[in-house]
Write a protein that binds this ligand. Structure first.
Ligand code: GDP
Ligand code: ZN
Length: 319
């Protein structure tokens, strides 16, 4: 039977079997033997979002085993804290990521946003950037939002402003989640839990269940978990899933050598073939198309500053 992985603890998995017509059947499954996937050394071969094949030996939950993992559309990884050369696959088969940010209380730095976007680019996942707490914005914050919106939309990202407190923009954002698998991320304190609880009240119960089960708050776990977005008005299925990844803040710059960094800035990628040197790092080299674009303002100076900061922070010794 084909199933989807909703939760992984490293030793067992929550999987659901769905035929689309009725509520899915949920099982607790184990994995037998070893899988090697995509040639990656991974500490957890099965990730949330994976499509798997399960076999049931008997009617007992303990008899459900995962026997095969279907090819992944994409996946996101994190370097294992214990071993930099080992990757921890956080989640797979993601349609888009939703980056929660705030301009006030707390302020999300542009550096944080840019690092996240680079990771998303490297995993080929489109990103929606949402600035929450719009109810707190005064003139200064509104101007900052407009500036960021112009900058990020100009390079292809979707940017929205919402307030979970007043509901501003919430319905519009909800429509962007329909029928998609969305990875939710952002610093703590930006309103992610409030957002989930507001638009999907049934989820609140679920969240509390999980907390009760683990004996700890939901956000103390680093395991990703996927949630079905509940049915909407009149019981019409809403469609779509959200993956919550409490550990995502460490979504670092996995495996990006200095030389390749500019490829993950879409606006730099678009011009770098015009640099005089094909190994141009867009710093001190002459006839650099990226620096030209910055001087002409077709690439935002703030993005170039981020690029230089991130470039400096990459430890080449890893490669
Ligand atoms: P998380 O860590 O990202 O899950 O953030 P929480 O959902 O726990 O929210 C952090 C704090 O921000 C809480 O005190 C929320 O009540 C508050 N908050 C969330 N959304 C809004 C909003 O739109 N406006 C304001 N003013 N506060 C908000
Ligand atoms: Zn260059």
């Amino acid at each position: 039977m084909r199933a989807t992985v909703y939760k992984s603890t490293g030793s067992w998995y929550v999987v659901k079997v769905s035929d689309g017509a009725k509520p899915p059947d949920t099982y607790k499954a184990r994995m037998l033997g070893k899988f090697k996937i995509d040639g990656l050394t991974s500490t957890n071969p099965i990730a949330v979002g994976d499509e798997v094949e399960i076999e049931m030996e008997n009617e007992l939950e303990s008899g459900v085993t995962i026997t095969k993992i279907y090819d992944r559309k994409n996946y996101i990884t994190r370097t294992s804290p214990a071993n930099k050369h080992q990757h921890h696959i956080i989640a797979s088969n993601i349609d888009q990521s939703l980056l929660f940010a705030t301009i006030k209380d707390p302020k999300t730095s542009q550096g944080f946003i840019d690092r996240f976007l680079i990771s998303s680019e490297s995993f080929h996942i489109p990103t929606i950037i949402v600035f929450n707490k719009a109810d707190l914005y005064k003139k200064k914050e509104e101007e900052k939002f407009e500036q960021l919106k112009t900058m990020y939309e100009g390079i292809g990202y979707t940017v929205k402003k919402i307030s979970v407190t007043t509901n501003e923009g919430v319905d519009e954002l909800k429509t962007l989640l329909k029928d998609k698998v969305t990875l939710l991320s952002g610093h703590s304190g930006v309103g992610k839990s409030s957002f989930l609880n507001k638009i999907f009240p049934e989820m609140q119960l679920k969240t509390q269940d999980v907390s009760g089960w683990s004996g700890k708050g939901m956000h103390t776990t680093t395991f990703a978990e996927m949630y079905d977005l509940p049915a909407g008005q009149a019981g019409v299925p809403f469609g779509g899933k959200i993956i919550d990844t409490p550990g995502i803040r460490e979504l670092g710059l996995v495996d990006i050598p200095k030389q390749e960094l500019s490829h993950y800035f879409p606006e730099m990628r678009a011009v770098l073939n015009n640099c005089q040197f094909n190994n141009c790092m867009h710093t001190e080299e002459p006839n650099c198309a990226v620096k030209d674009a910055v001087n002409k303002n077709t690439i935002a100076a703030d993005r170039y500053i981020s690029y230089r900061n991130i470039l400096d922070s990459i430890d080449e010794k890893k490669y």
